[in-house]
Write a protein that binds this ligand. Structure first.
Ligand code: SAH
Length: 397
Protein backbone atom coordinates (compact mmCIF):
# COMPACT_ATOMS: atom_id res chain seq x y z
CA UNK A 1 0.00 0.00 0.00
CA UNK A 2 1.30 3.45 -0.89
CA UNK A 3 1.59 5.50 2.31
CA UNK A 4 -0.94 8.31 2.34
CA UNK A 5 -1.13 11.51 4.35
CA UNK A 6 -4.62 12.92 4.54
CA UNK A 7 -4.97 16.58 5.44
CA UNK A 8 -7.56 17.84 7.89
CA UNK A 9 -10.66 19.50 6.49
CA UNK A 10 -9.93 23.12 5.62
CA UNK A 11 -6.17 22.65 5.97
CA UNK A 12 -5.32 22.04 2.33
CA UNK A 13 -5.38 25.64 1.11
CA UNK A 14 -1.67 26.40 1.22
CA UNK A 15 -0.70 23.05 -0.33
CA UNK A 16 -3.26 23.58 -3.05
CA UNK A 17 -1.96 27.07 -3.75
CA UNK A 18 1.60 25.84 -4.15
CA UNK A 19 3.34 26.20 -0.81
CA UNK A 20 5.54 23.10 -0.57
CA UNK A 21 5.37 22.49 3.19
CA UNK A 22 2.71 20.56 5.08
CA UNK A 23 2.88 21.33 8.78
CA UNK A 24 2.10 18.69 11.39
CA UNK A 25 -0.99 20.60 12.49
CA UNK A 26 -2.59 20.16 9.06
CA UNK A 27 -2.17 16.38 9.04
CA UNK A 28 -5.14 14.12 9.75
CA UNK A 29 -4.95 10.39 9.14
CA UNK A 30 -1.67 8.82 8.08
CA UNK A 31 -2.09 5.49 6.35
CA UNK A 32 0.41 2.81 5.36
CA UNK A 33 2.84 3.53 8.22
CA UNK A 34 5.41 5.67 6.35
CA UNK A 35 8.93 5.93 7.77
CA UNK A 36 11.31 8.90 7.73
CA UNK A 37 12.09 9.91 4.15
CA UNK A 38 9.43 7.75 2.54
CA UNK A 39 7.55 9.13 -0.44
CA UNK A 40 3.92 9.68 0.54
CA UNK A 41 0.76 10.54 -1.34
CA UNK A 42 -0.75 13.71 0.07
CA UNK A 43 -4.52 13.97 -0.29
CA UNK A 44 -7.13 16.40 0.95
CA UNK A 45 -9.80 15.51 3.50
CA UNK A 46 -11.97 13.97 0.78
CA UNK A 47 -9.12 11.84 -0.53
CA UNK A 48 -8.39 13.94 -3.62
CA UNK A 49 -4.73 13.82 -4.70
CA UNK A 50 -2.66 16.95 -4.00
CA UNK A 51 0.99 15.98 -4.39
CA UNK A 52 3.74 13.50 -3.70
CA UNK A 53 6.02 14.43 -0.83
CA UNK A 54 8.81 13.32 1.48
CA UNK A 55 7.60 12.27 4.93
CA UNK A 56 9.40 13.49 8.04
CA UNK A 57 7.67 12.13 11.17
CA UNK A 58 9.99 13.95 13.58
CA UNK A 59 9.60 17.40 12.07
CA UNK A 60 7.13 20.24 12.40
CA UNK A 61 7.27 20.30 8.60
CA UNK A 62 5.73 16.85 8.30
CA UNK A 63 5.74 16.56 4.51
CA UNK A 64 7.81 18.42 1.91
CA UNK A 65 5.94 18.38 -1.34
CA UNK A 66 7.92 17.22 -4.32
CA UNK A 67 5.70 16.64 -7.30
CA UNK A 68 2.17 17.61 -8.29
CA UNK A 69 1.79 15.25 -11.22
CA UNK A 70 -0.09 12.23 -9.91
CA UNK A 71 1.25 9.91 -12.60
CA UNK A 72 4.92 10.73 -11.89
CA UNK A 73 7.17 8.13 -10.29
CA UNK A 74 9.07 9.90 -7.54
CA UNK A 75 12.17 7.77 -7.15
CA UNK A 76 15.96 7.93 -7.53
CA UNK A 77 15.69 8.60 -11.25
CA UNK A 78 13.31 11.48 -10.59
CA UNK A 79 15.65 12.96 -7.96
CA UNK A 80 18.69 12.64 -10.20
CA UNK A 81 16.88 14.39 -13.04
CA UNK A 82 16.00 17.33 -10.80
CA UNK A 83 19.60 17.49 -9.63
CA UNK A 84 20.81 17.58 -13.23
CA UNK A 85 18.37 20.38 -13.99
CA UNK A 86 19.60 22.42 -11.02
CA UNK A 87 23.20 22.07 -12.15
CA UNK A 88 22.26 22.91 -15.74
CA UNK A 89 20.71 26.17 -14.44
CA UNK A 90 24.21 27.19 -13.31
CA UNK A 91 25.80 26.60 -16.70
CA UNK A 92 27.29 30.10 -16.87
CA UNK A 93 28.68 29.90 -13.38
CA UNK A 94 30.38 26.60 -14.09
CA UNK A 95 32.51 27.97 -16.90
CA UNK A 96 35.29 29.20 -14.61
CA UNK A 97 37.01 26.04 -13.29
CA UNK A 98 38.02 27.93 -10.11
CA UNK A 99 34.69 29.61 -9.55
CA UNK A 100 32.42 29.14 -6.53
CA UNK A 101 28.65 29.01 -6.63
CA UNK A 102 25.63 27.24 -5.17
CA UNK A 103 24.50 24.37 -7.37
CA UNK A 104 21.42 23.30 -5.47
CA UNK A 105 19.38 25.52 -3.14
CA UNK A 106 16.96 23.08 -1.55
CA UNK A 107 13.28 23.89 -2.16
CA UNK A 108 14.17 26.84 -4.37
CA UNK A 109 15.59 24.26 -6.81
CA UNK A 110 12.74 21.84 -6.15
CA UNK A 111 15.02 19.53 -4.14
CA UNK A 112 13.88 19.84 -0.51
CA UNK A 113 16.56 19.33 2.09
CA UNK A 114 19.53 19.36 -0.25
CA UNK A 115 22.11 22.12 -0.62
CA UNK A 116 25.20 21.72 -2.80
CA UNK A 117 27.90 24.35 -3.13
CA UNK A 118 30.77 24.15 -5.55
CA UNK A 119 34.22 25.54 -4.90
CA UNK A 120 36.37 24.94 -7.95
CA UNK A 121 36.63 21.18 -8.31
CA UNK A 122 35.24 20.48 -4.81
CA UNK A 123 31.64 20.14 -3.72
CA UNK A 124 30.13 20.70 -0.29
CA UNK A 125 26.93 18.96 0.56
CA UNK A 126 24.24 19.72 3.13
CA UNK A 127 21.55 17.14 3.77
CA UNK A 128 18.83 18.41 6.07
CA UNK A 129 15.78 16.14 5.72
CA UNK A 130 15.16 12.39 5.90
CA UNK A 131 13.98 12.49 2.29
CA UNK A 132 17.20 14.09 1.08
CA UNK A 133 19.14 11.70 3.30
CA UNK A 134 17.49 8.77 1.57
CA UNK A 135 18.70 10.22 -1.72
CA UNK A 136 22.28 10.76 -0.56
CA UNK A 137 23.79 7.96 -2.66
CA UNK A 138 21.85 9.10 -5.72
CA UNK A 139 23.01 12.67 -5.13
CA UNK A 140 26.66 11.66 -4.85
CA UNK A 141 26.44 9.46 -7.89
CA UNK A 142 24.85 12.13 -10.07
CA UNK A 143 27.25 14.86 -8.86
CA UNK A 144 30.07 12.52 -9.78
CA UNK A 145 28.66 11.94 -13.22
CA UNK A 146 28.02 15.64 -13.88
CA UNK A 147 31.10 17.29 -12.40
CA UNK A 148 33.68 14.62 -11.52
CA UNK A 149 34.52 16.54 -8.33
CA UNK A 150 37.90 15.96 -6.68
CA UNK A 151 36.01 15.58 -3.40
CA UNK A 152 32.58 15.99 -1.87
CA UNK A 153 32.41 17.04 1.76
CA UNK A 154 29.47 16.99 4.11
CA UNK A 155 28.91 20.23 6.03
CA UNK A 156 25.32 19.70 7.07
CA UNK A 157 23.93 22.06 9.66
CA UNK A 158 23.62 20.31 13.03
CA UNK A 159 20.59 22.24 14.18
CA UNK A 160 18.67 21.66 10.99
CA UNK A 161 19.36 17.93 11.12
CA UNK A 162 18.26 17.76 14.76
CA UNK A 163 15.00 19.50 13.92
CA UNK A 164 14.34 16.70 11.44
CA UNK A 165 15.35 13.95 13.85
CA UNK A 166 18.45 13.09 11.85
CA UNK A 167 21.77 12.01 13.39
CA UNK A 168 24.45 14.66 13.18
CA UNK A 169 27.19 14.06 10.64
CA UNK A 170 30.40 16.01 10.72
CA UNK A 171 33.34 16.80 8.50
CA UNK A 172 33.94 14.56 5.59
CA UNK A 173 31.98 11.61 6.90
CA UNK A 174 29.64 9.97 4.48
CA UNK A 175 31.19 11.89 1.63
CA UNK A 176 33.84 11.37 -0.95
CA UNK A 177 36.91 13.01 0.49
CA UNK A 178 40.29 11.62 1.45
CA UNK A 179 41.33 14.84 3.20
CA UNK A 180 38.80 16.08 5.78
CA UNK A 181 39.90 19.72 5.39
CA UNK A 182 41.17 20.34 1.87
CA UNK A 183 42.33 23.83 0.97
CA UNK A 184 40.77 25.06 -2.23
CA UNK A 185 41.88 28.20 -4.01
CA UNK A 186 38.95 29.89 -5.70
CA UNK A 187 38.49 32.85 -8.00
CA UNK A 188 35.81 35.38 -7.09
CA UNK A 189 35.49 38.20 -9.63
CA UNK A 190 39.21 38.17 -10.31
CA UNK A 191 40.17 37.94 -6.65
CA UNK A 192 41.67 34.87 -5.01
CA UNK A 193 40.51 33.23 -1.81
CA UNK A 194 41.85 30.18 0.00
CA UNK A 195 39.10 28.18 1.58
CA UNK A 196 39.48 25.42 4.14
CA UNK A 197 36.39 23.47 3.28
CA UNK A 198 36.25 21.14 6.25
CA UNK A 199 36.58 24.01 8.71
CA UNK A 200 35.20 27.48 9.07
CA UNK A 201 31.62 28.53 8.86
CA UNK A 202 28.80 27.87 6.53
CA UNK A 203 30.11 25.78 3.66
CA UNK A 204 33.45 27.62 3.65
CA UNK A 205 32.83 31.02 2.10
CA UNK A 206 29.80 33.26 1.99
CA UNK A 207 29.07 32.82 -1.68
CA UNK A 208 25.63 34.38 -1.28
CA UNK A 209 27.32 37.79 -0.84
CA UNK A 210 29.32 37.45 -4.05
CA UNK A 211 27.46 40.02 -6.12
CA UNK A 212 26.75 42.31 -3.17
CA UNK A 213 30.48 42.71 -2.58
CA UNK A 214 30.92 44.32 -5.98
CA UNK A 215 27.98 46.67 -5.29
CA UNK A 216 29.44 47.66 -1.93
CA UNK A 217 32.99 48.01 -3.26
CA UNK A 218 31.79 50.57 -5.80
CA UNK A 219 31.52 53.01 -2.87
CA UNK A 220 34.94 52.20 -1.39
CA UNK A 221 37.32 54.40 -3.42
CA UNK A 222 39.01 56.96 -1.15
CA UNK A 223 37.14 55.75 1.93
CA UNK A 224 38.34 54.42 5.28
CA UNK A 225 36.35 51.22 5.70
CA UNK A 226 35.25 49.37 8.82
CA UNK A 227 34.39 45.76 7.95
CA UNK A 228 32.39 44.54 10.94
CA UNK A 229 31.78 40.77 11.11
CA UNK A 230 34.40 40.48 8.40
CA UNK A 231 34.94 36.68 8.58
CA UNK A 232 37.73 35.92 6.07
CA UNK A 233 37.69 39.46 4.72
CA UNK A 234 35.92 39.06 1.40
CA UNK A 235 34.21 42.48 1.57
CA UNK A 236 37.51 44.11 2.57
CA UNK A 237 39.44 42.52 -0.26
CA UNK A 238 36.87 43.81 -2.74
CA UNK A 239 36.89 47.25 -1.10
CA UNK A 240 40.69 47.42 -1.07
CA UNK A 241 40.90 46.52 -4.74
CA UNK A 242 38.36 49.22 -5.49
CA UNK A 243 40.52 51.85 -3.78
CA UNK A 244 39.70 51.96 -0.08
CA UNK A 245 42.38 53.94 1.76
CA UNK A 246 42.14 52.07 5.06
CA UNK A 247 40.66 48.78 6.22
CA UNK A 248 39.63 47.91 9.78
CA UNK A 249 38.81 44.24 10.17
CA UNK A 250 36.54 43.33 13.07
CA UNK A 251 35.45 39.82 14.02
CA UNK A 252 35.34 37.56 17.06
CA UNK A 253 37.23 34.75 15.38
CA UNK A 254 41.02 34.78 15.44
CA UNK A 255 41.24 32.27 12.58
CA UNK A 256 38.89 34.33 10.43
CA UNK A 257 40.90 37.51 11.05
CA UNK A 258 44.15 35.74 10.19
CA UNK A 259 42.62 34.48 6.98
CA UNK A 260 41.35 37.98 6.18
CA UNK A 261 44.80 39.52 6.51
CA UNK A 262 46.15 36.64 4.43
CA UNK A 263 43.58 37.27 1.71
CA UNK A 264 44.51 40.95 1.45
CA UNK A 265 48.17 39.93 1.02
CA UNK A 266 47.33 37.11 -1.38
CA UNK A 267 45.63 39.65 -3.64
CA UNK A 268 48.51 42.12 -3.53
CA UNK A 269 46.58 44.58 -1.36
CA UNK A 270 48.81 44.61 1.71
CA UNK A 271 49.87 48.21 1.00
CA UNK A 272 46.50 49.48 2.21
CA UNK A 273 46.73 50.34 5.94
CA UNK A 274 45.08 47.43 7.78
CA UNK A 275 43.91 47.39 11.37
CA UNK A 276 42.79 44.16 13.02
CA UNK A 277 40.38 44.11 15.95
CA UNK A 278 39.24 40.93 17.59
CA UNK A 279 36.22 41.04 19.84
CA UNK A 280 32.49 41.11 20.21
CA UNK A 281 31.49 43.48 17.45
CA UNK A 282 28.28 44.56 19.18
CA UNK A 283 30.39 45.90 22.05
CA UNK A 284 33.32 46.98 19.91
CA UNK A 285 31.23 49.23 17.67
CA UNK A 286 30.36 51.16 20.82
CA UNK A 287 33.95 51.09 22.03
CA UNK A 288 35.27 52.47 18.74
CA UNK A 289 32.98 55.41 19.20
CA UNK A 290 34.14 55.92 22.78
CA UNK A 291 37.67 55.96 21.39
CA UNK A 292 36.62 58.85 19.16
CA UNK A 293 37.08 56.90 15.95
CA UNK A 294 35.26 57.57 12.71
CA UNK A 295 34.99 55.93 9.30
CA UNK A 296 33.81 56.85 5.82
CA UNK A 297 32.21 53.48 5.24
CA UNK A 298 30.94 50.72 7.52
CA UNK A 299 30.05 47.22 6.36
CA UNK A 300 27.81 45.37 8.79
CA UNK A 301 27.27 41.70 8.01
CA UNK A 302 26.36 39.95 11.27
CA UNK A 303 25.67 36.22 11.56
CA UNK A 304 22.11 34.95 11.44
CA UNK A 305 20.49 36.38 14.55
CA UNK A 306 16.98 35.00 14.02
CA UNK A 307 16.24 31.64 12.47
CA UNK A 308 12.51 31.90 12.96
CA UNK A 309 9.88 34.61 13.23
CA UNK A 310 9.62 33.95 16.97
CA UNK A 311 13.25 35.00 17.44
CA UNK A 312 12.73 38.15 15.41
CA UNK A 313 11.99 40.66 18.21
CA UNK A 314 15.15 39.87 20.10
CA UNK A 315 17.21 39.84 16.92
CA UNK A 316 15.67 43.14 15.88
CA UNK A 317 17.09 44.84 18.96
CA UNK A 318 20.56 43.51 18.21
CA UNK A 319 20.36 44.62 14.58
CA UNK A 320 19.12 48.02 15.66
CA UNK A 321 21.93 48.57 18.12
CA UNK A 322 24.59 47.46 15.66
CA UNK A 323 23.22 49.79 12.99
CA UNK A 324 22.86 52.62 15.46
CA UNK A 325 26.49 52.44 16.51
CA UNK A 326 27.65 51.95 12.94
CA UNK A 327 25.87 55.18 11.99
CA UNK A 328 27.43 57.02 14.89
CA UNK A 329 30.85 55.97 13.63
CA UNK A 330 30.26 57.41 10.19
CA UNK A 331 31.44 60.80 9.03
CA UNK A 332 28.71 62.94 7.46
CA UNK A 333 27.85 61.56 4.00
CA UNK A 334 29.40 58.21 4.98
CA UNK A 335 28.28 54.90 3.50
CA UNK A 336 26.65 52.12 5.50
CA UNK A 337 26.32 48.70 3.86
CA UNK A 338 24.11 46.75 6.22
CA UNK A 339 22.91 43.15 5.90
CA UNK A 340 20.68 40.60 7.54
CA UNK A 341 20.70 36.92 6.63
CA UNK A 342 17.96 36.06 9.15
CA UNK A 343 15.06 34.33 7.47
CA UNK A 344 12.82 35.45 10.34
CA UNK A 345 13.35 39.14 9.50
CA UNK A 346 11.56 40.18 6.35
CA UNK A 347 12.98 42.84 4.03
CA UNK A 348 10.47 45.53 5.01
CA UNK A 349 11.03 44.85 8.67
CA UNK A 350 14.79 45.08 8.18
CA UNK A 351 14.38 48.48 6.58
CA UNK A 352 12.22 49.53 9.52
CA UNK A 353 14.94 48.43 11.94
CA UNK A 354 17.48 50.55 10.08
CA UNK A 355 15.05 53.46 10.28
CA UNK A 356 14.83 53.06 14.08
CA UNK A 357 18.63 53.09 14.20
CA UNK A 358 18.76 56.29 12.15
CA UNK A 359 16.21 57.95 14.46
CA UNK A 360 18.21 57.07 17.55
CA UNK A 361 21.46 58.11 15.91
CA UNK A 362 19.86 61.42 14.97
CA UNK A 363 20.92 61.04 11.33
CA UNK A 364 19.10 61.41 8.04
CA UNK A 365 19.66 58.34 5.91
CA UNK A 366 19.21 57.70 2.19
CA UNK A 367 18.87 54.23 0.69
CA UNK A 368 21.12 54.06 -2.37
CA UNK A 369 20.58 50.43 -3.28
CA UNK A 370 18.66 47.41 -2.03
CA UNK A 371 20.50 44.11 -2.19
CA UNK A 372 19.38 40.51 -2.01
CA UNK A 373 20.38 37.04 -3.10
CA UNK A 374 22.40 36.19 -6.20
CA UNK A 375 20.82 34.14 -8.95
CA UNK A 376 22.30 30.86 -7.73
CA UNK A 377 20.32 31.38 -4.48
CA UNK A 378 16.95 31.99 -6.12
CA UNK A 379 13.84 32.90 -4.19
CA UNK A 380 11.00 30.51 -4.92
CA UNK A 381 7.78 32.49 -5.27
CA UNK A 382 5.75 29.71 -3.65
CA UNK A 383 8.06 29.60 -0.65
CA UNK A 384 8.79 33.10 0.69
CA UNK A 385 10.99 31.42 3.31
CA UNK A 386 13.65 30.99 0.61
CA UNK A 387 14.23 34.74 0.73
CA UNK A 388 16.61 35.31 3.62
CA UNK A 389 19.40 37.68 2.60
CA UNK A 390 18.76 41.39 2.35
CA UNK A 391 21.03 44.38 2.39
CA UNK A 392 20.85 48.13 2.14
CA UNK A 393 23.54 50.46 0.91
CA UNK A 394 22.78 53.70 2.68
CA UNK A 395 24.23 57.18 2.76
CA UNK A 396 24.26 58.54 6.28
CA UNK A 397 24.02 62.32 6.05
N1 SAH B 1 31.08 39.41 5.96
C1 SAH B 1 31.58 38.06 5.91
C2 SAH B 1 30.62 37.06 6.47
C3 SAH B 1 30.22 37.32 7.91
S1 SAH B 1 29.66 35.91 8.73
C4 SAH B 1 31.94 37.70 4.47
O1 SAH B 1 31.58 38.43 3.57
O2 SAH B 1 32.58 36.68 4.27
C5 SAH B 1 29.53 36.45 10.35
C6 SAH B 1 30.85 36.64 11.07
O3 SAH B 1 30.53 37.19 12.32
C7 SAH B 1 31.67 35.41 11.35
O4 SAH B 1 32.97 35.59 10.87
C8 SAH B 1 31.71 35.28 12.88
O5 SAH B 1 32.98 34.88 13.36
C9 SAH B 1 31.45 36.68 13.30
N2 SAH B 1 30.80 36.88 14.57
C10 SAH B 1 29.77 36.22 15.11
N3 SAH B 1 29.38 36.80 16.26
C11 SAH B 1 30.21 37.86 16.46
C12 SAH B 1 30.32 38.85 17.43
N4 SAH B 1 29.49 38.90 18.46
N5 SAH B 1 31.29 39.78 17.28
C13 SAH B 1 32.12 39.76 16.24
N6 SAH B 1 32.06 38.84 15.27
C14 SAH B 1 31.11 37.90 15.37
Amino acid sequence: MIPTVRLLPGRDKSAREGHPWVFSGAVGLVGGDPGPGDVVRVVDSRGEFLAWGHYSPGSRIRVRLLERAENATVDEVWWAARLSAAVARRREQLIDPRGACRLVFSEADLLPGLVVDRYGDHCVLQVHTPGAERMRATTLERLGALLSPAAVLDRSDELQRRLEGLPVVTGASAALAADPAPAVRINDAGLTFDIRLGEGQKTGFYIDQRLNRAAVAAWAPGRRVLDAFCYTGAFSVHAARAGAVGITLLDSSRDALEAAVGHLALNGLAAVPIEVRRGNAFADLRRLRDEGRSFDMVILDPPRLAQTRSQAPRAARAYKDANLFAMKLLEPEGILATFSCSGGIEPDFFQEIVRWAAKDAGREVQILQKLGQPFDHPVRLDLPETEYLKGLICRVL
